[in-house]
Write a protein that binds this ligand. Structure first.
Ligand code: ADP
Ligand code: ASP
Ligand code: MG
Length: 460
């Protein structure tokens, strides 16, 4: 079997749905599980409605719900007629009523919990997948729609829940496998799951990629296809670098490093389930299916001379400098620091240490005041916000003499706050002020990929 995941823009309107239907039809012999996102923008609209309700702006929130209903009904109108159209109109009217009831509930309470946010957000994927399932049926494709909450078991860390693999695997075997064996295309949602008690959860923004990878790994897929709106993973974010090139092949390690350092094209955890089962992940363009995309696989080491594959960046970074109150780093100092980050569930991206100080970067500032207060028990602490990490990724960077110079020369007039070479030998990164990030990425790209055509097996 294979998994085909379609992101928001690949399901955004009737034309996109017709298009994806043909892509799935071609793969029918390979028994696809189709995992879809909400129509582009709908998750944001749902979360905005929830926030408005909590702020007491009930009418605005309800207007948001009406807009979401209208958007889906427009798609229904274009794709269906007769009884199916009437049935789907009724279905979407009923879902909009449910959402309006949620808005009313939140408005009355004046409080929005992460748990309620997840309930709101789940509607996007439920809506898009339902339309697409019915469209498959109308095109005489044998489709089975299943609510991901029946198999995707998570813990109850709402808005960022973790999937519990053992129960999910068992449930996939019971719910999904028999349908595939009977020749059905299985249609389901990314992003959403449920706790053991059946309460709706989501696994984090952009999480449909991860859902797809988990389903693929647990069902031993031959292939996990991530269909999006660009030709694959590119040498840089194409919204910043217009002439970014397609990367034809990359290793699991390179792709996950890139995702962690901000390349939105893949959710950062997507690669892990695939690595465990050694399943290739393909990033493909639903608007240009003729492009062969990017293949991410274990054996993707290419020409030794071609080391740098891509540049990523992450904005909204806070730099924390922690200076030991003693002259030298006392033993246990690092441990104490990381205990504090751990306690406040804050992920540290990069760290640099000197004799007496540690500099670390984080991207969630929610618990920053608590973290700083605790660190101050044993160190002096300063923080600087609105920073960005720029990171180059490629196998074997550590063994490439001269690379650091090539990386830093183009940005020699930009103040660099911190430099770090990943322990994984595949990333080299630096921290700068956020306002310089686009410029830095463009200059680095021009320097590092000027000769990319010399490596036609890696770049297009
Ligand atoms: P989807 O809705 O299909 O999941 P996303 O918007 O989450 O799509 O991810 C695709 C987008 O990621 C692209 O449109 C592009 O703007 C952005 N992106 C950022 N960095 C990269 C990169 N290195 N390669 C490709 N796309 C990138
Ligand atoms: N719809 C969800 C989001 O916008 C999940 C996804 O698209 O991957 O975050
Ligand atoms: Mg995405």
């Amino acid at each position: 079997m294979i998994v085909m995941k379609f992101g928001g823009t690949s399901v955004e309107d009737a034309a996109a749905i017709r298009n994806l239907t043909e892509l799935v039809r071609k793969e029918t012999p390979r028994r696809p599980v189709v995992v879809v996102s909400a129509c582009a923008g709908v998750t944001n609209q749902l979360l905005a409605a929830a926030q408005l309700a909590a702020q007491g702006k009930k009418e605005e929130a309800l207007a948001g719900v009406t807009a979401i209903e209208a958007r889906h009904k427009r798609i229904v109108k274009e794709l269906f007629d007769g009884e199916t159209q009437k049935f789907l109109y009724r279905h979407f009217a009923a879902l909009a009523e449910d959402l309006a009831a949620l808005v009313n509930g939140v408005a009355v309470l004046g409080e929005l919990t992460p748990r309620s946010l997840d309930t709101f957000a789940s509607y996007g994927e439920l809506m898009s997948s339902f339309i697409i399932h019915h469209y498959f049926e109308s095109q005489r494709m044998k489709s089975f729609w299943t609510d991901a909450r029946t198999f995707m078991r998570t813990d109850d860390r709402f808005t960022k829940a973790s999937v519990q693999f053992d129960v999910t695997e068992q449930r996939l075997r019971e719910v999904v496998r028999p349908k595939l064996d009977n020749g059905y295309i299985v249609m389901t949602q990314g992003f959403i799951g449920a706790t053991a008690a059946g309460v709706t959860t989501t696994i984090g923004r952009g999480g449909s990629d991860l859902s797809a990878a988990i389903i693929g790994a647990l069902l031993d897929a031959e292939d996990i296809q991530i269909w999006t709106d660009v030709d694959g993973i590119l040498t840089a974010d194409p919204t910043v670098v217009k002439d970014a090139r397609r990367i034809k092949v990359m290793s699991f390690a390179e792709a996950s490093e890139l995702a962690y350092f901000g390349a939105r094209v893949l959710h950062p955890e997507t690669i892990l389930p695939a690595v465990r089962k050694n399943i290739p992940v393909r990033v493909l363009n639903s608007k240009n299916p003729r492009s062969s995309g990017t293949v991410i696989a274990a054996k993707a080491r290419t020409d030794k001379r071609c080391v740098v594959k891509s540049i990523a960046y992450k904005e909204g970074i806070t730099l924390i400098t922690i200076v030991s109150s003693r002259m030298f780093l006392a033993h246990g100092f690092l441990e104490n620091i990381f205990d504090v980050f751990h306690k406040y569930e804050t992920v540290v991206h990069t760290v640099a240490t000197s004799e007496v100080s540690v500099t670390a970067t984080v991207d969630t500032v929610k618990n920053l005041p608590h973290i700083v207060r605790e660190l101050k028990h044993f160190a002096s602490v300063t923080t600087a916000e609105r920073k960005a990490i720029v990171c180059i990724v490629g196998d074997n960077l550590r063994n490439s003499p001269g690379l650091a110079v090539r990386m830093l020369t183009p940005v020699s007039d930009i103040n660099i706050n911190m430099i770090s070479q990943g322990a994984s030998e595949i990333n080299l990164s630096f921290v700068i002020d956020e306002e310089h990030v686009d410029e830095a990425v463009r200059r680095l790209h021009a320097e590092l990929f000027a000769n990319a055509e010399r490596f036609p097996e890696v770049f297009e």
